[in-house]
Write a protein that binds this ligand. Structure first.
Ligand SMILES: Nc1ncnc2c1ncn2[C@@H]1O[C@H](COP(=O)(O)OP(=O)(O)OP(=O)(O)O)[C@@H](O)[C@H]1O
Ligand SMILES: [Mg+2]
Length: 305
């Protein structure tokens, strides 16, 4: 589900609506669907007011309703999005939303503005959502379904952590600004995924810049991206790169650190070999990145191409 629903609904929400969402969120640790009477009780609203708010939120598609075996409600992604948006607004980080920057399976990224008019990006993580019907058929009502909420929040926490570790060390990543629930606020960047560029001016320079950033993350912050590919590298219009999408990072102490680092490097090398006919040996690149060797000039496989 795209964050569009939340972005549109948020403007119309009143404090009582947000209070209801917060109550449902808190009670979701105990119930997959929070019984209506529990919501009424903890919201401290009267029955009539709470019913009105629940119907509204349901109409905005921010919550899901069940009537069996009891009347209850649960947040869906849009409701969770609204709570994160509200937190950013209250913290003075977010003023307005712009266009979507990337909508996919595991995340929704939106352009936004701060109260000072600076452009930022808000990334909403989307993980582990099991469809309503599937859960019901396979397992009956269980609290396992709230895993999507926890897993998405964990992903955002990890990604924010990674950005906070590498950004101050000068690694080319978006500037981390804030994190709340399953969302992170970061500096907005221009450009497109490396995979999308049909032609790259000076690909050997770009490859060297990528390797030097992997090296900096590893040597100065002890961080390995662990999901690096041409899809998670943005090439900016000025022909410099940024590395994005860090929720699966590991530190160099991780038992698989060396394999993951090697795989990151191989992914990049394979891409440059296939698409830009540049050849560089993995062990040499690995030695460079881990501080044991000097950077090598990537060799052109064929002239022309
Ligand atoms: N800080 C940013 N500024 C501008 N655009 C961004 C920013 N971060 C991400 N994007 C855009 O959003 C897209 C998806 O971001 P990212 O790779 O972090 O998420 P993902 O988990 O891979 O999501 P998906 O499942 O949609 O691929 C990026 O390819 C990029 O186009
Ligand atoms: Mg990605």
């Amino acid at each position: 589900m795209s964050a569009e629903t939340a972005v549109k609904a948020f403007k119309g929400l009143e404090s009582q609506d947000l209070r209801i969402l917060l109550v449902i969120e808190a009670a979701m640790t105990k119930h997959e669907f929070v019984p209506k009477e529990v919501i009424v009780k903890f919201s401290k609203l009267n029955q009539e007011e709470a019913t009105f708010r629940l119907d509204r939120l349901h109409k905005f598609r921010l919550i899901r309703e069940t009537k069996q075996p009891y009347l209850g409600y649960t947040l869906n992604y849009a409701g969770y999005d609204c709570l994160a948006i509200n937190a950013f607004v209250k913290a003075g980080i977010l003023e307005a939303f712009g266009k979507p920057l990337g909508v996919g399976k595991e995340a929704d990224v939106y352009e936004a503005l701060t109260p000072e008019g600076r452009r930022i990006a808000i990334k909403f993580h989307r993980l582990g959502r099991i469809s309503f019907r599937q859960t019901r058929i396979k397992r009956g009502w269980t609290t396992e379904d709230v895993n999507w909420l926890l897993r998405s929040r964990k992903a955002a926490e990890k990604e924010y952590e990674a950005l906070r570790l590498v950004y101050p060390k000068g690694v080319a990543v978006p500037k981390p600004m804030s994190q709340n629930r399953h969302a992170i606020a970061m500096g907005a960047i221009e450009g497109a995924e490396l995979a999308e560029w049909r032609e790259i001016p000076k690909p050997e320079k770009v490859l060297k810049e990528i390797l030097s950033n992997i090296r900096r993350a590893y040597l100065k912050a002890g961080v390995i991206h662990a999901d690096l590919s041409e899809y998670n590298i943005i090439l900016k219009p000025d022909n410099h790169i940024l590395i994005i999408d860090w929720p699966q990072y590991v530190t160099k102490k991780h038992p698989n650190a060396q394999q993951l680092l090697r795989r990151d490097i191989e992914n990049i090398i394979t891409f440059f070999k296939r698409k830009h006919l540049l050849k560089i040996r993995t062990d040499k690149a690995l030695a460079y990145v881990t501080g044991k060797g000097k950077c090598l000039q990537p060799n052109l496989l064929y002239k022309g191409g």
